[in-house]
Design a protein around this ligand. Structure first.
Ligand code: HXC
Length: 510
């Protein structure tokens, strides 16, 4: 090997060592992989091509001129996941705690720009102590450069984040602006102000985990979409998740061969809805029986559980699923579930993914807590998202579809393309008890009469045929044929094209 080649290899080797053996061991001792090890799990073997391995920071304040590591504190580049191109950055905690300075930000910005022009997704693996304190405002400006690109890439290429260590201060906003955010349990946390500041300002004593750990963000705040036990599980699931997504807004969702027949009949669905109207059942069962091979990737499974959202496939192609869950809050839409579903619908629409909506919703959740928490605005987000979505929309009402919640859940006149109902569907302004109490206030003292009136109302409205008679349903179908009918509907909608009027952007009620 000549000297030039040797020098190159020596540099490359030095860059691959990151912060050195001692810090790598410390990383492993915490149960975390290093930045490069993570990329090895995430990407197809041998596919990673690194960018900027020789970048050095240019700061000499606070002794930083003695602390230069090749590549600085982030590993960036491109690779493939199941042969599809993806751009990646993986923050290296072994180099100054993965802190972000000008050079680090510049590397991320460069691959984000390349991803957008190549029309390929971006995956960021976050593990960083935040803005590099020694670099001062240059570090903050670096964040701004990344944030700007997050926004510019939004709706152009899918952006995914996996938080695998600390993520604090304004740094949280980059992952928060990406389309989906995963976290690793016990080793990752996200917050705008950490426990020390919280203590100083509010006297509240709280740990990193309780303030911003994976459990909090997946169950309480809804900031995080999915959590995983460890780095390897998170990265392997990220690969599985990636397979559902198109590479950019210029592409159709990916399609792959399936052995699951599109005309598969599921007789057990005929008895999924219980005879008793108030009895819950698990909507997930319907999803698993209808989607290809029962494969469903649920997003935010622990947050706002009265609505289920996630990805599956029909006839081999990706679909986004939004479904009321009657087993939680009777399937009511509340503020959180409306926001959760709205964001999901908008992602699907931005990336050409058809939306399947499964409806069993008695209404919006009543109560002062919900009203004072902005239920009107949050419910309007979902309404807005559905009405705005131009992708194919297929809706199935299994049981209740009452009032405003019926309208919101991709109803016919809101722009549903194909709207089906099972014979067990009840489509009405409200349930029989509430309706009779309002319509026949004067009969309050006569329970027998009220009971009769309720049964009359029930007989007239607790079925799908009033809606079907007005063309508000395209058909009432046998539950067992659901998969076949939805596959056919999607096939007919494949070339759907809607022209929307020109405008700068809409004004969704944020
Ligand atoms: C420079 C940093 C750093 C930072 C960590 N390090 N964070 N260097 N700037 N922000 C360095 C440490 O000095 C240490 O260097 C190495 O990384 C590992 O850090 P440790 O503290 O030893 O690790 P650990 O005990 O695991 O603690 C991790 C930590 C802690 C919780 C992240 O380092 C920490 O609190 N860091 C500061 C976090 C923070 O306040 N950041 C600014 C947030 S505000 P040596 O040489 O000893 O190995 C922000 C604003 C962004 O980011 C605004 C965007 C708009």
């Amino acid at each position: 090997m000549n000297d030039h080649l040797k020098a190159l290899e020596a540099r490359r080797f030095a860059a691959s060592l990151g912060g050195g053996t001692r810090r790598v061991e410390a990383q492993h001792a915490r149960g975390k992989l290093t930045a490069r090890e993570r990329l090895r799990v995430l990407l197809d073997p041998g596919s990673f091509e690194e960018r900027d391995p020789f970048v050095l920071h240019q700061c000499s304040d606070f002794g930083l001129d003695d602390r230069r590591v090749l590549g600085d504190s982030v590993v960036t580049g491109q690779g493939t996941i199941n042969s599809r191109l993806v751009y990646v950055f993986s923050q290296d905690f072994t180099v100054m705690g993965g802190s972000l300075g000008e050079a680090h930000a510049g590397k991320i910005a460069k691959i984000m720009d390349q991803a957008v022009s190549a029309g390929a997704p971006i995956i960021g693996l976050a593990d960083s102590g935040g803005a590099r304190i020694q670099e001062g405002v240059s570090a903050l400006a670096g964040y701004a450069e990344v944030f700007l690109r997050n926004v510019q890439a939004s709706g152009v290429v899918p952006q995914l984040s996996c938080v695998m260590g600390p993520c604090a201060g304004g740094a949280v906003y980059s992952p928060a602006m990406t389309d989906f955010l995963f976290m690793v349990e016990d080793t990752s946390y996200m917050y705008v102000t950490g426990p020390d500041v919280v203590r100083a300002v509010t006297q509240e004593d709280i740990s990193h985990e309780l303030l911003g750990g994976a459990t909090v963000h997946s169950g309480t705040s809804g900031v995080c979409d999915c959590t995983f036990e460890n780095d390897v599980e998170a990265l392997l699931e990220l690969r599985r998740f990636f397979d559902f997504l198109p590479s950019s807004n210029r592409e159709s969702p990916p399609s792959r061969p399936t052995d699951d027949p599109t005309d598969r009949v599921e007789p057990s669905l005929d008895s999924l809805v219980p005879r008793e109207p108030g009895k819950p059942y698990d909507m997930r069962e319907l999803l698993l029986k209808v989607l290809d091979e029962g494969d469903f990737f649920e997003v935010r499974p622990r947050f706002a559980r009265s609505v289920i959202v996630g990805f599956g496939r029909m006839a081999g192609s990706t679909v986004g699923v939004v479904a009321n869950q009657p087993a939680v809050l009777a399937g009511c839409l509340d503020s959180d579930s409306s926001r959760k579903a709205a964001r999901f619908v908008r992602f699907c629409d931005a990336f050409n993914i058809p939306i399947l909506t499964f409806v069993d919703v008695p209404g919006f959740l009543p109560g002062s807590e919900q009203e004072h928490g902005g239920l009107i605005s949050h419910g309007a987000k979902l309404l807005f998202a559905y009405a705005q979505a131009t992708v194919p929309k297929v809706t199935l009402i299994t049981r209740k579809a009452y009032g405003g919640a019926y309208v919101v859940m991709s109803s016919k006149r809101l722009g549903g393309d194909i709207n089906y109902a099972w014979p067990t569907a009840e489509i009405a302004v409200m349930g029989s008890k509430g309706a009779v109490e309002i319509l026949y206030r004067g009969d309050k003292g006569d329970p027998d009469l009220l009971g009769r009136r309720e049964r009359e109302y029930q007989a007239r409205f607790a079925n799908p045929y009033m809606a079907a008679a007005r063309g508000l349903l395209d058909d009432v179908i046998q539950p067992r044929q659901t998969r076949q009918r939805i596959c056919r509907a999607l096939a007919t909608l494949r070339r759907k094209d809607l022209i929307t009027p020109r405008r700068k952007h809409d004004n969704i009620p944020l």
